[in-house]
Design a protein around this ligand. Structure first.
Ligand code: 4NP
Length: 167
């Protein structure tokens, strides 16, 4: 009898500074889109911060509320700091802004498995290349953040479909 061989899931890590606003929102949107699609069970997601100040914290209440208004629950997520070993555990590491990207480059071990990208490099069309940090602003910043993340996460999943031979 032919054994059933299932490929390990692809693993994607979203990274921002504090891991309480942008990257948990990206993770939550991505997780929800995966669960509602043909990619369910094929991709795992996580998020982390380049800083460790919020280790163990739930996402910022404003991020939880903004995601909830779009039908996405991120209240179960908890912050952690990114570590060099993440480069071996993930296929993709995705930075929200140039500062995150520079810090992640410094952390990358030689021969890293994960590929490092900017979140908005997946976004279709012309637009900003960084997801602005909404932490010090008002509610509108969280809406703008989710608009940017929605389009780019959706495009990222189309790239994953191609990688998995589904596209
Ligand atoms: P995030 O936003 O990087 O999108 O999670 C921030 C959250 C907290 C801080 C900075 C940015 N902070 O300095 O505590």
């Amino acid at each position: 009898m032919t054994p059933v061989v299932s490929a390990p899931p692809r693993r994607i890590l979203f990274v921002c500074l504090g891991n309480i606003c942008r990257s948990p929102s990206a993770e939550g949107l991505c997780r929800a889109m995966i669960e509602e699609s043909d990619l369910a069970g094929l991709i795992e997601t996580d998020s982390a911060g380049t800083g460790g100040w919020h280790q163990g914290d739930a996402p910022d209440p404003r991020a939880i509320e903004a995601c909830a208004r779009r039908g996405v629950d991120i209240s179960d997520l908890r912050a952690r700091q990114v570590i060099a070993q993440d480069y071996a555990r993930f296929d993709r590491i995705i930075a929200m802004d140039r500062s995150n990207h520079a810090n992640l480059l410094r952390l990358a071990p030689a021969g890293a498995r994960a590929t490092l990208s900017m979140m908005l490099s997946f976004a279709p069309g012309e637009g900003p290349d960084e997801v602005p940090d909404p932490y010090y602003g008002g509610r509108q910043g969280f809406e703008t953040m989710l608009d940017l993340l929605g389009a780019s996460v959706s495009a990222l999943l189309n790239a994953e479909r191609k990688t998995l031979g589904l596209g």
